[in-house]
Design a protein around this ligand. Structure first.
Ligand code: SAM
Length: 365
């Protein structure tokens, strides 16, 4: 070990640093408490009930939401001390200010309350993840109750609102081709909301979605039937061997939304995508924006959260399939390397202003 004066000074105990970290940590505990309360408010519908910005008493809110007044009162207490809800002690009323309502309900451009659900979603597998630290074999999808529901709400914020105005126009010819009628495949489609939205908008085109999860595919089929969509189909498929099972030259457009890094065999999937595209086909991929080097990602606006999501979900579900376990923060450099190795010759990457979490790749054979 070095004992130079500089090394000693560097190792010297810094009390200010300790105090700063303590403050930060206490703050984080409080913010985590606020997130849990917001998640409950989102799932119970209480935030939505308060979105009109009118003052309301605990009794009125409980009665109109058909919930226990004791629970509603405790919840409002927590959101009052968090500064999310305003309280008037004289009239004993509570109010969700419009600035907060726009961010925590469907009334605004993006409902941030959706993301607060990840805390509890990941918390439910903490014991399994802890075991996985020892055996190294990941945590299977079955352990995550509500994953596909929350994931569909999440991509409902990042993909759906931007699909027609920002994402598809990244390949300038796509909208016209979709209007005239092409074949489209979405891989790792989850509940398939992006496909259904495109199927509604472009009736001359045909859409297919593949996903490992029978639960997600059942839901997507039910929803497509309910909407009367006859140009979209969903199939349960393990894409780990897509390099061999993909139909050659079958599709004009392939999409993956947040569905490469948590695959078991991402290179096999990408090889299959390249194979299944027609020569003038386009592959649009949304995946996490990161450098892939933690020393560079220190300033990443969602870095700590996304590393936590990686261990608690993305890396773990891939490892549980005997997969590569790339991790959420695999990064642009490795993504570009994978796209090049699987035969894409034109590779463009974009960031869109509405989405700080993802990169948008436009790839052509
Ligand atoms: C992060 S989710 C994204 C879902 C959807 N694209 C969205 O944006 O809502 C990743 C999806 O990949 C699917 N997946 C993971 N491993 C797979 C595999 N081996 N074969 C097929 N799908 C897989 C999961 O079931 C999940 O629906």
């Amino acid at each position: 070990m070095s004992t130079t004066p500089l090394a000693q000074a560097t190792r010297a105990f810094n009390q200010n640093r300790q105090a700063e970290f303590e403050n930060r940590f206490v703050n984080a505990l409080n913010e985590a408490g606020m997130l849990q309360l917001v998640s409950l408010g989102h799932r119970s519908g209480l935030l939505k009930r308060m979105a009109d910005g009118e003052p309301i008493t605990t009794g009125e809110l409980a009665r109109s939401s058909e919930m226990s007044e004791r629970y509603v009162r405790e919840w409002l207490g927590g959101l009052t001390v968090s500064g999310v809800v305003e309280h008037d002690a004289e009239s004993m009323t509570y109010r969700l200010p419009p600035e907060h309502a726009l961010l925590l309900t469907d009334d605004g451009d993006a409902n941030l309350a959706v993301f607060s659900q990840y805390l509890a979603l990941m918390g439910q597998v903490e014991n399994d993840v802890l075991d996985a630290f020892r055996h190294g074999k990941g945590v299977p999808y079955e352990k995550y109750r509500r994953f596909h529901e929350v994931m569909a709400e999440d991509s409902g914020q990042t993909v759906l609102p931007a699909l027609f105005d920002a994402i598809l126009p990244l390949a300038p010819e796509l909208t016209e081709r979709l209007e005239s009628g092409i074949r489209v495949l979405d891989l790792g489609c989850g509940r398939g909301l992006a496909l259904m939205k495109m199927a509604e908008r472009f009736p001359a085109s045909r859409f297919e979605g593949f996903d490992l999860s029978p639960e997600a595919v059942d839901w997507a089929r039910g929803q497509a039937a309910q909407r009367g969509l006859s140009n979209v189909a969903f199939e349960v498929r393990d894409l780990s061997d897509f390099d061999e099972t993909a139909d050659a030259g079958a599709f004009d457009l392939v999409t993956t939304f947040d569905a490469i890094h948590d695959q078991a065999k991402p290179l096999n999937l990408l090889t299959g995508i390249r194979r299944t595209l027609k020569p003038n086909g386009v592959y649009l991929a949304q995946d996490i924006h990161a450098s892939g080097h933690h020393h560079h990602d220190r300033g990443h606006p969602l870095g700590p959260l996304l590393y936590s999501v990686s261990i608690m979900h993305c890396m773990s579900v891939s490892l549980a399939q005997g997969g590569e376990g790339l991790g959420t923060m695999w990064g642009r450099e490795r993504a570009r390397d994978y796209f090049t190795r699987t035969g894409f010759s034109s590779i463009e990457v974009h960031q869109l202003p509405h989405d700080i979490q993802n990169d948008y790749w436009v790839l052509r054979p």
